[in-house]
Design a protein around this ligand. Structure first.
Ligand code: C5P
Length: 424
C-alpha cells in the first residue's frame, strides 16, 4: 500500500487513451490512494461518469457551473483536498489551455487554481505531439514545474506510429508514487539530485557522406539516448544532447546540438566540456569514406566506384581519456547480439569508461527502433541486470544510479584545461 492515505485528483480529458485511465484508477485504489475524478466534456465521449464513479467510489465532477457540485465541492476545494493532480490522458488541447492559463471549464479552472504538484500524461496523434505548438507548450509547462510522463512510442489508434501513446498505467502509477514519496516535492533535493551538475549525452546515428547526396548510416532511432538526456535533465542536470540525425524532438529542458558525422559529434562533445557526466549512447559509424566526393558520383561503365574507408574517432574512448577534464563518470553502451555481459565488460576495459550499459540487440528482441530495452549495468564492482522496461524507464534508472554515484562528489568546474580541450 505504497500510496496509503494519498489523495489524487484525476482529470480525464478526451482521448481514446481514457480507457487506460480506468485501469490506472483501479491500480491507484489497490495501492491505497483515494481518487476523485474530473471528467471533461471530451473525456465523457470516451468513458462514462458511471465507470469512473464505480471505480473511484466517489461522485465524478464535470461541470464548472453546476450549482449542486459547487455547493458540495467547489473547484478550489477539489484542488485543496488533493495531494497531487494527474491529467490522464492530457490532450493537445488541454495542454495548450493549461499553457495559456485558460480557465473555461472545471478542469482548466482547477488546474489554474491549484498550488499542488501536477503530473500530465500526454496522449495524441504523433504529428500533434511533434507540432512546435505542442512542444512549446510542453516546454513552458515544464518550466512551470509541471511533471510529464510519456508519451510512449508505438502504434496509434489513428494507424500511425510514433510518440503519442499515453504512458501505461503501471508507469504512471510508479511516477505518482515517486512524486508522492517523502521529500520529493518538485524542486526538492531528492527530486533534483543532479542539480548543479553538467551532463553530456550522445544519441542517434551518424551520417558519413559518400558524396553530397549519399551517406553511410545505421538504424539507431536515438530513443534511448534521448530518454537518458530527458531523465538527466529532469533530475536537475544541465544537459547537452549531441545528436546525429533523428526524427525525435529535443526532450524538454535539454540543450540540443544537432550533428551529422562522427567528427562533428566529437567536436561538439569536446565543446561541451567540462561535464560531470558523459553518456555515449550514439551509434557512431565506425568508418567513413576517406575522400567523400565533392560532386554526386555518376554511374559509369566501369562498375561501382571504390569506397576507401577510414576509421572514425572513438568519442567514448576520447572522453574517457580526456585527462584533467575527463567527466567524473563516463558511461558507454554496448549493443551486443551474444555473450552480452562478457563482451560488454571487455568493452568497458578497452574504452576506459567507468560503466557500460550492455544491451541485447539481436533482431528477436526488437530493441533497435523499439520502445523497450533489456540492459545490464556493468561497473568495476559488478553487474546489475535490469528487467525489460521502457527506454524512458532505463533513462530514469540510469539517472538515479548516476545521482547515487555522484552524491559525494564535487561538481566539475571550468578550468584552463577544459578550455584547451574545447579549442582542440
Ligand atoms: O565500439 P562500439 O561501437 O561497439 O562501442 C559502443 C560504445 O562506444 C557506445 O557507447 C558508443 O556511443 C561509443 N562509440 C563512440 N564513438 C565511436 C564508436 C562508438 O563514442 N566511434
Amino acid at each position: 500500500m505504497e500510496l496509503a492515505g494519498k489523495r489524487i485528483l484525476l482529470i480525464v480529458a478526451g482521448g481514446i487513451a481514457a480507457y487506460k485511465t480506468l485501469d490506472l484508477v483501479r491500480r491507484l485504489g489497490e495501492a491505497g490512494a483515494s481518487v476523485r475524478a474530473i471528467l471533461t466534456r471530451g473525456g465523457a465521449q470516451f468513458v462514462t461518469p458511471l465507470s469512473l464513479a464505480a471505480l473511484t467510489g466517489e461522485k465524478v465532477y464535470e461541470d464548472l457551473f453546476s450549482l449542486t457540485d459547487e455547493a458540495e465541492m467547489g473547484h478550489i476545494r477539489l484542488s485543496r483536498e488533493a495531494d497531487l493532480l494527474v491529467v490522464a490522458p492530457a490532450t493537445a488541447d488541454l495542454l495548450a489551455r493549461m499553457a495559456a492559463g485558460l480557465a473555461d471549464d472545471l478542469a482548466t479552472t482547477t488546474l489554474l487554481a491549484t498550488d499542488k504538484p501536477v503530473l500530465v500524461a500526454p496522449a495524441m496523434n504523433v504529428r500533434m505531439w511533434l507540432h512546435p505548438a505542442t512542444q512549446d507548450n510542453m516546454a513552458l509547462l515544464a518550466r512551470r514545474g509541471v511533471a510529464v510522463i510519456g508519451p510512449d512510442d508505438g502504434a496509434m489508434a489513428c494507424n500511425e506510429y510514433g510518440p503519442g501513446r499515453m504512458a501505461e498505467p503501471p508507469a504512471i502509477l510508479a511516477r505518482i508514487a515517486e512524486m508522492l514519496a517523502p521529500g520529493s516535492a518538485p524542486g526538492s533535493a531528492e527530486a533534483r539530485p543532479l542539480a548543479g551538475r553538467r551532463a553530456l549525452v550522445t544519441s542517434g546515428p551518424t551520417h558519413e557522406p559518400i558524396d553530397p547526396v549519399r551517406y553511410i548510416a545505421n538504424r539507431s532511432s536515438g530513443r534511448q539516448g534521448h530518454a537518458i538526456a530527458a531523465a538527466l535533465a529532469a533530475a536537475g542536470a544541465d544537459t547537452v544532447l549531441v545528436s546525429g540525425p533523428v526524427t525525435l524532438p529535443a526532450p524538454t529542458g535539454v540543450t540540443l546540438v544537432p550533428v551529422e558525422t562522427a567528427r562533428d559529434m566529437l567536436a561538439a562533445c569536446r565543446a561541451a566540456l567540462p561535464a560531470d557526466i558523459a553518456v555515449c549512447a550514439a551509434a557512431v559509424a565506425d568508418w567513413r569514406v576517406a575522400d567523400a566526393a565533392g560532386q554526386k558520383l555518376k554511374k559509369s561503365g566501369d562498375g561501382p566506384p571504390p569506397l576507401d574507408l577510414v576509421e572514425n574517432p572513438d568519442i567514448l574512448a576520447d572522453l574517457a581519456a580526456a585527462g584533467p577534464v575527463r567527466p567524473r563518470l563516463v558511461v558507454g553502451f554496448a549493443a551486443e547480439t551474444e555473450q552480452v555481459v562478457a563482451h560488454g565488460e571487455a568493452k568497458r576495459r578497452r574504452k576506459g569508461c567507468d560503466w557500460i550499459v550492455a544491451n541485447d540487440v539481436s533482431p528477436a528482441t526488437g530493441t533497435f527502433g523499439g520502445t523497450d530495452n533489456t540492459v545490464h549495468l556493468l561497473r568495476a564492482d559488478g553487474v546489475e541486470s535490469w528487467p525489460a522496461m521502457s527506454k524512458s524507464e532505463v533513462g530514469r534508472r540510469l539517472a538515479a544510479a548516476i545521482a547515487a554515484a555522484l552524491a559525494a562528489d564535487t561538481p566539475a568546474a571550468d578550468t584552463p584545461a577544459a578550455a584547451a580541450v574545447r579549442r582542440a
